[in-house]
Write a protein that binds this ligand. Sequence first.
Ligand code: ZN
Length: 297
Amino acid sequence: MTASPPRPLKEAYKLTTMLDLVLGIDRFEKGPVDVERLAIEYSTKTAPATRIHEVIDRDLTGCVGALVYSDTVPRQWGIVCSTGQTPGRRNFTIAHELGHYLLHRDLIEAKDEGGIYCEEESVHRGEGPDIERQADEFAANLLMPLNDCRRLLPARTRPDFDLLGTLATRYGVSLTAVILRWLEYTQTRALMVVSNEGFAHWAKASDAAFRSGAYIATKNTVFELPSAATAVTGDHSDEARSGILRPRGFWFEESVVEMCIRSERYDQEITLLHLDDAGPKWQADEAVEDAYDRLSR
Ligand SMILES: [Zn+2]
């Protein structure tokens, strides 16, 4: 017997199937998921007495999004987006809050706090408690259905920023959201490092990279990027964007292809590291300890 898929995936799949049916399986050729409209129409159809009434933009200090409910019973719900988000991040935030509504509204109501307020780490990095990760899983699967993603970006392909940017436009999400999505299913070894002024804010490795020991720890630790990395030197040439081969010892005890772009808006650099399939040959020798020290310092 196989285990049934987790609920966030089931809920996202239900909506994906419905949208495919109504709008056609080529619907992404016409535009991304209209998640604002979907949240209102779907909740009105499935839970008319306790529906989502509106999506509004407000200054939410310290948070990027919220799912709030009325004082009156039956509860009426609303999604709040923090102002100043790019359209891509805003879409993801709404999808994340819709995920909370579909998966957790009983739980949220029982807490009696008027709603749930979500921080950037939870919404845009997939970090945080279980319900935050579930809402994110739902959002990623709703906005970027796996079948469509895999068709355009197969699990063994090593994408550059051009292809990733095309997908971000297709799905109406940020570049980092697309990269996180791809890192979840890729069979290649790859990492994304988001940094500022030479220090990693956060990083994410694909499963294959993580299992081979190629990852960067950023929790409770400060990771300083290699001083000659593009993210540090700021030399954003076309070559740096499309990929520079960095030798063994530069990032890891094996060579990697480094691609880097800068986001002026968020004052940060996104670095993508592609490692080869052959695996970490260094694991067999004494270099393991050095690499581990570097990663965990
Ligand atoms: Zn949340």
